[in-house]
Ligand binder design. Structure first.
Ligand code: KIV
Length: 281
């Protein structure tokens, strides 16, 4: 059985902290599922940390669906959220509904996430009315990076903070089951979290949120192009990979790999017959 959005909302009521991680492929999502992570986001961070694009703006619906399918196949228990990519929901409500539906129907996700507050509330309401659970995302919204002028903490002035509070309330009223707060000062996250009945999930938003999300390749040291301030490194997989590749290369050079253990033998009589044939050729 998978976690449902009701389980997630109940976790806030019970004061249980919510852990959420991103994943983009079958083997990784399987490990996270086995570790008991209740929510996996197939984030549009896929663009940078897996596909090597400059920003999330470049990733497409087809790419997102492809990776979401793999994550769904790798999991049995986690709630899988598909991240709606840039331009898949901003132009008009019917396009947004159709694309949200594709994550559930074509990829097997159980919910979608989209960026934006008050101005996206109507879109969220319409998607939810179609039976598609929506997670909101406010604060530093990477799809607007060119409008924001960089990856900057949001809500630092009284006016901007008040707008973020209004954004959060508008999303809750529109039916979002949870909201990601990204790049938000801790005191503001605390106020938003206390104000809302639905859980807040923070990234660079302090410890007062109901839960936390991290981008997995940042967290395990797999993506090394840059490390955001909000990322904590729990492992150094880049070094593990590089060391394994270097050892492999050395053993190939020295002919100490493969050994008999990784090789295959054949029947003695077949071998003798083959030797005879080789002589006659
Ligand atoms: O795409 C992503 O990984 C995200 C998280 C940073 C919340 O949106």
């Amino acid at each position: 059985m998978r976690y449902t959005i009701n389980d997630i909302k109940e976790m806030k009521l019970k004061g249980q902290r919510i852990s959420m991680l991103t994943a983009y492929d079958y083997p990784t999502s399987k490990l996270l599922d086995q570790a008991g992570i209740p929510i996996i986001l197939v984030g549009d961070s896929l663009a940078q940390v897996v596909l090597g694009y400059e920003s999330t703006v470049r990733v497409t619906m087809d790419e997102m669906l492809h990776h979401t399918r793999a994550v769904v196949r790798g999991t049995q228990h986690a709630l899988i959220i598909g991240d709606m990519p840039f331009m898949s929901y901003q132009t008009d409500v019917s396009t947004a509904i159709r694309n949200a539906g594709r994550f559930l129907q074509e990829a097997g996700a159980q919910a979608v996430k989209l960026e934006g507050g008050e101005r996206m509330a109507d879109t969220v309401r319409n998607i939810v009315e179609c039976g598609i659970p929506v997670m909101g995302h406010i604060g530093l919204t990477p799809q607007s990076v060119y409008q924001l002028g960089g990856y900057k903490v949001q809500g630092k002035t009284p006016k901007a903070a008040a707008q973020l509070l209004r954004d959060a309330v508008a999303l809750q009223e529109a039916g979002a089951f949870s909201i990601v707060l990204e790049g938000v000062p801790t005191p503001l996250s605390r106020i938003i979290t206390q104000k809302l009945a639905i859980p807040t999930i923070g990234i660079g938003a302090g410890v007062e949120c109901d839960g936390q999300i991290q981008v997995l390749p940042d967290m395990v040291g797999m993506f090394t192009d840059f490390t955001p301030k909000h990322a904590k490194r729990y492992a150094n997989l880049a070094e593990v990979y590089k060391e394994a590749a270097a050892r492999f290369m050395q053993e190939v050079q020295e002919r100490t790999f493969p050994t008999a253990k990784e090789s295959f033998t054949m029947d003695e009589s077949a071998l003798a017959a083959l030797a005879e044939l080789a002589k006659s050729l």
